[in-house]
Design a protein around this ligand. Structure first.
Ligand code: AGP
Length: 611
């Protein structure tokens, strides 16, 4: 989604803004722009398309002179992606520039009021309404702080705002409601960004803004105000990951780098949480009594995080012997959910900023449920609003298509299942030790799967021409098929669907014809024979089958199907942890063969901060 950067200090702002925007490119965008204040005037440059165009247009920023500015990468919501709709947006006086992430829900009404007062609009965006409304208030009261306060009172919806006024050439204004925004503290400089990757090169001293807050940034520091416009002090966070973590490090794509990082990431997420063969979740504040008293369990998330929840449902139900509901956050929030005191809602999110997931969390919290989140981005909104957080410690994930976040979320959820199951008395000694041993062995097993890269690339070459693919599987393989299918479609643009194998004959099998590619997941031993029957079923209709199974069954499978991939044997509940790796690689190489923009697939954003 849209990215925001802001800078005020002693150096020229434009190159810093462009650099920050470049580091936010991974979030997904369709146009970009910057506004710099110098010599008491605002200079604006913006353009549709990649940031490289804006860099060229401004000669790497050297055309814009000034030490204060704001920048933006836009992911279109209101109005087409073009030069006019790109941010920053100017007020009619040309003295105020605004960048915005989020959606102003009452923009049409506000626009109407401004049109009646004689304002005109150049763009179709909700953001231009913000700039003009601010102009209107400022014109009326002559005090910019008061005007910003009036503006924030008038806006409904979600926003992260960066604002510059040429009459105050030494300060930036920032405001947040339901969209991420953070402040960076430097030597004689202050920064603003929608995520930390934009700032890590300049400062590691960060403050996360909360809803309703306003900040004024200058080269002397930052002043922050709460909803009532009272000055407040906030906790500072030190970002300790290395800048290399957000660089490609010699890989062709971030996605490939992040796939390859999974053994290390899963090790980091799990090793410190297993001590002497016991799962120790010291970051969890729930007492054993509270754990034993848990009522209903919900898992709520979006996209791939939801797919982790699907695996979690099977595994937690097995380990806790109780029903676990897994819900799409966008559905949960509007479903009048039957959730309340004593219930546990497990919220899963890589970014910790997904708007639907955040809204679902708030809904559950309002109804009295306890919130335990599994989050990657430290200090993110979801983490901060949860009762308990288990961080996944995967490091920054830049590719839009998630890989290492998925794996670490699943690893943490499995640990949680073992931990709860032990306390609840529903996991026996053997399962406990098998799971712990299996989790500890995962990184090394994942490394072995990664060694199959060249072979998977060859299979991808054979399959890259297909335009329709079906993933099928049962039980945990079904949960895994959802992720395999999403991975393929989101980066290669191949139409792909995932089905529970048993459902095929209830409709979908009519789509299987000569040459249709079916990816049959058959890692789950107890249902291997059933999986084989489903393979025969689709083959009888002419399907070409690529199967994924475990090493010990690979030969039997190879006799039956066209192509086979395998993963090492492990405790059945951990199979999706291994199975996902070849599916990620398969999707990656297919997209590579098709010449797709792998790290930045069309229409997608890394952090979905609008509804
Ligand atoms: C998957 O590759 C996507 N990036 C997407 O489905 C993602 O998992 C979803 O948007 C949820 O994001 P979150 O984990 O940051 O909440």
């Amino acid at each position: 989604m849209c990215g925001i950067v802001g800078f005020v200090g002693a150096e020229q702002a434009a190159p810093i803004l462009l650099d920050g925007l470049r580091r936010l490119e991974y979030r997904g965008y369709d146009s970009a722009g910057i506004a710099v204040c110098g010599g008491g005037e605002l200079q604006i440059k913006k353009s549709r398309g990649r940031l490289a165009i804006l860099s060229e247009l401004t000669h790497d920023g050297t055309d814009l002179s000034g030490t204060l500015g704001i920048g933006h990468t836009r992911w279109a919501t209101h109005g087409a992606p073009n030069d006019v709709n790109a941010h920053p947006h100017l007020s009619r006086s040309g003295r105020i520039a605004v960048v915005h992430n989020g959606i102003i829900e009452n923009y049409a009404e506000l626009k109407e009021q401004l049109l009646n007062k004689g304002y005109t609009f150049r763009s179709e965006t909700d953001t231009e309404v913000v700039a003009q409304l601010l102009d209107y208030y400022y014109d009326g009261c002559g005090d910019f702080f008061e005007a910003v306060t009036c503006l924030l009172n008038a806006l409904e919806g979600a926003y992260a705002l960066g604002i510059v006024c040429a009459d105050y050439p030494d300060r930036l204004y920032a405001a947040r409601k339901d969209a991420p925004l953070l402040l960076g503290y430097g030597e004689g400089a202050s920064y603003l960004a929608s995520d930390v990757t934009a700032l890590i090169r300049y400062t590691r001293d960060i403050v996360y803004m909360d809803d309703g807050e306003l900040a004024i940034l200058s080269d002397r520091g930052v002043r922050i105000y709460d909803r009532q416009m009272r000055p407040i002090e906030k906790e500072h966070h030190h970002i300790d990951w290395e800048i290399d973590a957000a660089e490609k490090g010699g890989y062709a794509h971030f996605m490939l780098k992040e796939i390859m990082e999974q053994p290390r990431a899963v090790r980091e997420a799990t090793a410190a949480r297993i001590q002497g063969g016991r799962v120790v979740l010291s970051d969890l504040t729930m007492t054993p009594e509270q754990i034993r008293a848990i009522g209903k369990i919900y898992i709520v998330a979006c996209g791939s995080s939801y797919h982790v929840g699907m695996v979690g449902k099977y595994n937690l139900e097995r380990m806790l012997r109780r029903t676990v509901e897994v819900c799409l956050a966008s559905e949960f929030r509007y479903s009048d959910p039957i959730v309340g005191e004593g219930d546990l809602v497990i919220v899963i999110s890589q970014s910790g900023e997904t708007l639907d997931t955040m809204a679902a969390l708030r809904e559950a919290k309002k109804r009295g449920a306890r919130i335990l989140s599994i989050v990657n981005v430290v200090g993110s909104s979801i983490a901060r609003e949860s009762d308990d957080v288990l961080y996944t410690w995967a490091g920054p994930e830049i590719a839009v298509a998630t890989t290492k976040a998925y794996s670490t979320q699943m690893a943490v959820l499995n640990l949680l299942g073992v931990y709860f199951g032990d306390i609840m008395g529903t996991v026996d000694y053997e399962t406990y030790t098998d799971m712990v041993r299996g989790i500890l062995a995962l990184p090394e097993q994942m490394e072995r799967v990664l060694e199959q890269g060249a072979a998977i690339h060859e299979l991808a070459k054979r399959c890259a021409h297909h335009e329709d693919v079906f993933f099928i599987g049962r039980n945990l393989d079904y949960a895994l098929s959802l992720e395999g299918s999403l991975k393929l479609k989101e980066i290669s643009y191949i139409h792909s669907e995932a089905y529970a194998s048993g459902e095929l004959k209830h409709g979908t099998i009519s789509l299987v014809e000569d040459g249709t590619l079916v990816i049959a997941l058959a890692t789950y031993g107890p249902l291997f024979d059933k999986a084989m029957s489903n393979v025969e079923e689709v083959q009888a209709r002419g399907a070409q089958v690529l199967a994924l199974t475990t090493g010990d069954r690979a030969d039997a499978m190879a006799e039956q199907v066209d192509m086979v991939l395998s993963v090492p044997e492990t405790e059945p509940m951990l199979l999706p942890q291994l199975g996902v790796v070849p599916l990620q690689m398969f999707a990656y190489y297919i997209a590579l063969e098709r010449g797709c923009d792998i790290d930045k697939p069309r229409n997608l954003a890394k952090s979905v901060t609008v509804e």
